[in-house]
Write a protein that binds this ligand. Structure first.
Ligand SMILES: [Zn+2]
Length: 441
């Protein structure tokens, strides 16, 4: 389970333009990014400011460089079930289309599914992903083989833990993987992923919360995806899922909750006070007809918000460019307010906030000390024309897409060159996934 070790060599990338981070629409023209031999950024700025002497390899790559995108909620091996059960409600989709195929998955299936998904993400410029799935060690191994940065959140489902003893054993398994591998492999992180408050009892959630808090581990969970789920939990427990998470002690540690579509104001205040994060998955929520999360209200309540694709069976693509555009579109449409979410904030959600939501403070922006997770867009395209000063940033958010990403570096390693992954054979991975998907059907 390894990525390529840092080259030890310093590299300067010269570009026509650099967007150093989201949050502002700043663009630095005629810019350089200096990468240290350890894979971290040493300097970012205009060549005129940095000086044109550099002790290391200089590569004039041109184009526009920006931070790699961060997918803060995925179940990537579900690529083996891409487009299954289209048009079904969440509950029917899970029980009729997804779970019967998932039950037949072998660790090798998961490995190939993750490998192909990581290839798809890297080619789209998604350099970091948070994976919620079982076989977490296999997920780490597959994603790291492609060179992607990955947090494997070990999935804990009641379906595979009918007895409390099974549940405790599964929590122990994830804890063991965390203890052995979290930040002990380059670019690899581990977290806990209990499915939801409608899948697990409050007592079970408290057990996961304890195991995570003891280790300073992140808990990734689903929360308020559909209205039916909200009503089910309140009917069963007399309180909202958010209140259950709070009462279980889970919010005393780091938590990223996917969706948050049906949270009310009280829930948002509780989550905001706990400094919790939401993984906003607008495309998946749209496809499954779950609703539209109130992202402006979440941000006002003090939550950190990242963007997620969710699984490729409910999206059906792993390109976060769709979410980058849908987040502000949905926010503006929901509130009938064009100022509800601006383009610079949308990029912030797709990069820096997504990383913060995962507990990573050295990912998602191009600044000294951060990991050199960088993507290059080819500006020689209709989508970036006319590219007027002050308007090129808008092209990046509203007109760009995955196919404009030509090159990708993760921790300074050049993992996508001229649109193709350099680390693994994409065609072999496609063939493997196609054959395995047929067996699962
Ligand atoms: Zn999900």
């Amino acid at each position: 389970m390894t990525t390529k070790p840092p080259s030890g060599e310093r590299t300067r990338l010269l570009a026509d333009a650099v967007v150093p981070a989201g949050g502002t629409a700043e663009i630095i023209y005629r810019a350089a990014i200096d990468i240290g031999g350890d894979g971290r950024i040493e300097a970012v700025g205009a060549v005129d400011d940095l000086g044109d002497t550099f002790d290391g390899t200089v590569r004039a790559v041109g184009g526009l460089l920006m931070p790699g995108l961060v997918n803060s909620h995925a179940h990537t091996p579900m690529i083996l079930m891409r487009s299954a059960g289209d048009g079904l409600s969440l509950q029917r989709w899970l029980t009729e289309a997804v779970w019967p195929r998932e039950a037949k998955l072998s660790p090798d299936d998961v490995w190939w599914g993750q490998t192909l998904g990581s290839i798809e993400m890297l080619r789209a410029g998604v350099t970091t992903t948070l994976e919620n799935y079982f076989h977490e060690e296999t997920i780490l191994d597959a994603a790291l083989t492609t060179g992607q940065r990955v947090m494997a959140a070990g999935g804990i489902l009641s379906a595979v833990a009918p007895e409390n003893a099974d549940f405790s054993r599964r929590v122990g398994e994830v804890a063991d993987v965390f203890d052995r591998l979290h930040q002990r492999v380059d670019r690899g992180y581990v977290a806990f992923s209990p499915h939801s408050a409608y899948d697990h009892s409050p007592e079970r959630l408290a057990e996961v919360a304890d195991a995570a808090r003891e280790r300073g581990a992140l808990v990734a969970i689903h929360l308020e995806e559909t209205q039916a789920e909200r009503e089910l939990v309140i009917g069963q427990h007399g309180r909202s899922a958010t209140q259950i998470l709070s009462d279980s002690g889970m919010l005393d540690g780091a938590v990223i909750a996917a969706h948050g579509v049906w949270l009310d104001e009280t829930d948002m205040a509780v989550l905001g006070n706990a400094r919790a994060a939401i993984a906003h998955c607008p495309q998946s929520n749209g496809k499954l007809g779950s609703g539209i999360a109130n992202v402006p209200a979440l941000l006002s309540a003090g939550l950190t918000v990242g963007l997620g694709t969710d699984g490729p069976a409910s999206n059906d693509s792993l390109s976060l460019w769709d979410e980058l555009r849908l987040a502000p579109l949905f926010a503006r449409a929901r509130t009938a307010n064009p100022e509800a979410l601006d383009a610079a904030t949308a990029l912030d959600l797709a990069t820096r906030q997504g990383a913060r939501a995962m507990g990573l403070d050295d990912v998602g922006e191009l600044r000294p000390g951060a990991w050199a997770d960088i993507i290059r867009l080819d500006l020689d395209q209709p989508a970036f024309t006319p590219g007027l000063p002050g308007e090129l940033f808008g092209h990046v958010i509203w007109a760009a897409s995955a196919e404009h990403v030509t090159d990708v570096w993760v921790a300074g390693e050049h993992v996508v060159a001229e649109g193709e992954v350099t680390t693994v054979d994409r065609h072999v991975a496609q063939q493997e996934v196609a054959e395995r998907a047929l067996r699962l059907l």
